[in-house]
Design a protein around this ligand. Structure first.
Ligand SMILES: Nc1nc2c(c(=O)[nH]1)N[C@H]1C(S)=C(S)[C@@H](COP(=O)(O)OP(=O)(O)OC[C@H]3O[C@@H](n4cnc5c(N)ncnc54)[C@H](O)[C@@H]3O)O[C@H]1N2
Ligand code: MOO
Length: 397
C-alpha cells in the first residue's frame, strides 16, 4: 500500500477498541449456526452434529463371544457339538447341558450358553473339553452397549474419526451436521506478489497461504481467494460481490487508517453494521467484525503475525458459531517471562513448553511469522499481568 503524500485519512469514527476477550466472545455469540445437512460418514469428520447421533440398531446386534474358545452349557466336561466362526449366520444348535460349541471371537453364541471358556483355560481331548470353573462369561449380550434409538453423542459434538467409527458400528451411513460456512478471502495490497521472489518494493502474500489450511481446519469451505488493488472502488466492489455468496468474507490488509486502507469506507458504502472496530490487543489492533444482512465480514491487519492473532480472535469464533461448535475453553498456565507487562492492551505472544515450563518464544514482530511458526501455543497476556501470573493459551488446530 502506498500512502499519498499530504493526504492522511481520518474519515473513520474514532471508537474505543474492544477488550480482547469481549471481542472474541461477541464474534462467537452474534452469528447463528448454519442450517443442517446430511453428509456421508467419509465427509463428516471435523463437522458438528446438528442432531444427536442415535443408534440405528442394537450393539452388539446379537449375543456373541468375546474370546476364541468354547461356548458351554452347564458343568464340564463338555462334548463339542459344533464350530461357529465370525460371519457364519447359520442358526446355532441349542446347547443342552454338558455340551459345547467351538466359537471364534465375535461369532454368535447359542442362546442357552452359560459362558465361553477361552482356549487358554480349556483342555481338549478329542471331542471332549474340560476346564476349571470360571466367573467370567466372556459373552457380549445383544444391546448391552447401545439400544436402537439411544443417543450416543449430543447435538453440538464435534465429529471426530472416533465418532465416525461409532456411527458406522451402529449402522449409520450419514450424519446430520451443520453446513460448512462458505468463506472467501479478499487480499488487498498493490505491493503483493503471490509466487516467487519479490523484487524491491514488493512483498510475498503470506496471509493467503497461511489462512487457507487454517480455515479448512476450522470447518470452513474456502470458495476462493481474490486479490484486489488498493483502489477504494475495487475494494468495495470485491466485498459487495463476495457477500453475495460467501457466509464470511475475510479481508486482509487495508484495515488501518492510511489513504489506501479502504475497508472502513467500503463498509460504510455497503451499510454494514460494524460490531468490532479495533481490539485492544498487541499485535492485531486494527481488526474488524461487521455484518451485512446474514453475511459476515472480518477485517484482518496486513501484518502477517497480526493477521494470525486476529484470525484467532475473530475468525475462529465466527466459524465456530456458524458450524455450531462451542468455543474452546482456554487452558491456563503460568508464564514466567521475559515479557514486558502492558497496562492497556492484551498481548498475544508465542510460547513453547520446555521441561514442564511455559516460555516465551522471543523475536515475535507483527510483520514476521518466525517466532509464531515455532510456537506450541499463543499466550493471552491480560493487561496488568506480572511475570509468574497465569495466562490462557490459544492453540492452532
Ligand atoms: N497511522 C497509523 N498507522 C498504522 C496503524 C495505526 O493505528 N495508525 N496501525 C498499524 C498496525 S498495528 C497495523 S497491523 C497495520 C495494519 O495495516 P493494514 O491492515 O491497513 O494493512 P496494510 O497497510 O495493507 O499492510 C501493513 C503491512 O503488512 C504488509 N502486508 C499486507 N498484506 C500482506 C499479506 N497478505 N502478506 C504479507 N504482508 C502483507 C504490508 O506490505 C505492510 O507492510 O497498520 C499500521 N499502521
Ligand atoms: O496489528 Mo499491528 O502492529 O498491532 O501489527
Amino acid at each position: 500500500m502506498t500512502i499519498a503524500p499530504g493526504r492522511p485519512r481520518h474519515d473513520h469514527p474514532a471508537r474505543p477498541a474492544a477488550e480482547w476477550a469481549a471481542a472474541r466472545m461477541l464474534a462467537h455469540t452474534l452469528p447463528a449456526a448454519l442450517p443442517e445437512e446430511s453428509v456421508p460418514l467419509a465427509a463428516a469428520t471435523g463437522r458438528t452434529l446438528a442432531a444427536p447421533l442415535r443408534a440405528a440398531v442394537a450393539l452388539p446386534g446379537f449375543d456373541n463371544s468375546a474370546m476364541d474358545g468354547y461356548a458351554v452349557r452347564g458343568d464340564g466336561p463338555w462334548r463339542v457339538v459344533d464350530r461357529i466362526l465370525a460371519g457364519r449366520t447359520h442358526t446355532v444348535a441349542s446347547l443342552v447341558a454338558h455340551t459345547a460349541v467351538e466359537v471364534a471371537t465375535g461369532a454368535p453364541v447359542p442362546d442357552d450358553a452359560d459362558r465361553v471358556v477361552p482356549y487358554e483355560a480349556a483342555d481338549r481331548t478329542g471331542d471332549v473339553v474340560r476346564a476349571t470353573p470360571g466367573d467370567r462369561r466372556h459373552i457380549r449380550r445383544a444391546g448391552e452397549y447401545a439400544q436402537p434409538g439411544q443417543e450416543l453423542a449430543p447435538a453440538g459434538s464435534r465429529v471426530t474419526p472416533t465418532t465416525v467409527g461409532l456411527a458406522a458400528s451402529v449402522g449409520l451411513d450419514m450424519l446430520t451436521v451443520h453446513a460448512r460456512p462458505r468463506v472467501r478471502l479478499v487480499i488487498s495490497g498493490d505491493e503483493l506478489v503471490h509466487t516467487g521472489l519479490p523484487r524491491w518494493g514488493r512483498v510475498r502474500d503470506a496471509i493467503g497461504p497461511m489462512l487457507g489450511p487454517l480455515l479448512s481446519a476450522w470447518g470452513a469451505a474456502l470458495l476462493d481467494s481474490r486479490m484486489v488493488g488498493d483502489h477504494p472502488d475495487w475494494f468495495a466492489g470485491a466485498i459487495a460481490d463476495s457477500t453475495a455468496d460467501a457466509d464470511v468474507t475475510i479481508v486482509c490488509g487495508a484495515s488501518s487508517v492510511g489513504p489506501a486502507d479502504g475497508l472502513h469506507s467500503s463498509l460504510r458504502r455497503l451499510r454494514a453494521v460494524v460490531h468490532v472496530d479495533g481490539v485492544a490487543c498487541r499485535p492485531g489492533h486494527p481488526q474488524i467484525l461487521a455484518q451485512v444482512g446474514p453475511r459476515w465480514i472480518v477485517g484482518l491487519p496486513g501484518n502477517p503475525y497480526a493477521a494470525l492473532v486476529a484470525a484467532l480472535t475473530l475468525v475462529d469464533p465466527v466459524l465456530a458459531a456458524l458450524t455450531g461448535r462451542s468455543l474452546a475453553e482456554l487452558d491456563a498456565a503460568v508464564l514466567a517471562g521475559p515479557l514486558r507487562p502492558d497496562d492497556r492492551n492484551t498481548r498475544i505472544v508465542p510460547v513453547r513448553r520446555r521441561d514442564g515450563q511455559l516460555r516465551l518464544v522471543e523475536g515475535a514482530h507483527p510483520g514476521y511469522l518466525g517466532a509464531a511458526a515455532t510456537a506450541d501455543a499463543f499466550a493471552v497476556v491480560l493487561p496488568g499481568w506480572q511475570p509468574g501470573d497465569n495466562v490462557s493459551l490459544l492453540t492452532l488446530p
